[in-house]
Design a protein around this ligand. Structure first.
Ligand code: FE2
Length: 142
């Protein structure tokens, strides 16, 4: 499976998973985590469309089925339950590290092929991840 489709699959799973955390986090920082995850799922949903469309521009076919997303995602979904604030943030942090590492691989492979559109798109994503990983680190500091 090409890496853009793996990344797209991860975005589909992550968008659903971020909603799980958004709805089910509990604790005194509920509002902050609830709002932070909303900002993140708005971003993943925008990426979802952009990553599919850049594949269409390359005359490639993006995956479209939920079953294909689940089969190809490297990011794992989780069951619904109450999440403590630190558990919720740790889940978001580990998924974001995974997405950032995959985005870096895609960016580097595109740079080797002089595919500047993919490079530009994914450098933007990497910048966003760097900022949000800092936010997460700061929030998780005891
Ligand atoms: Fe919401």
């Amino acid at each position: 499976m090409n890496k853009l489709n793996v990344y797209l699959s991860n975005l589909a799973v992550w968008t659903a998973k971020l909603h799980n955390i958004h709805w089910n986090v509990t604790g005194c920082a509920f509002v902050q985590v609830h709002e932070f995850t909303e900002k993140l799922y708005d971003e993943t949903f925008e990426q979802y469309d952009a990553v599919a469309e850049i594949q269409k521009m390359r005359n490639e076919m993006p995956l479209v089925k939920l079953s294909d997303f689940l089969a190809n995602a490297t990011l794992k979904e989780i069951d619904a339950k109450d999440f403590s604030v630190s558990e919720a943030l740790a889940l978001v942090e580990s998924d974001m590290k995974l997405m950032s590492a995959l985005a870096k691989e895609i960016r580097d492979e595109a740079a080797n092929k002089d595919d500047f559109q993919v490079v530009a798109l994914f450098e933007g994503y990497l910048e966003g991840y760097a900022k949000n990983l800092w936010f997460l680190r700061a929030m998780l500091t005891k």
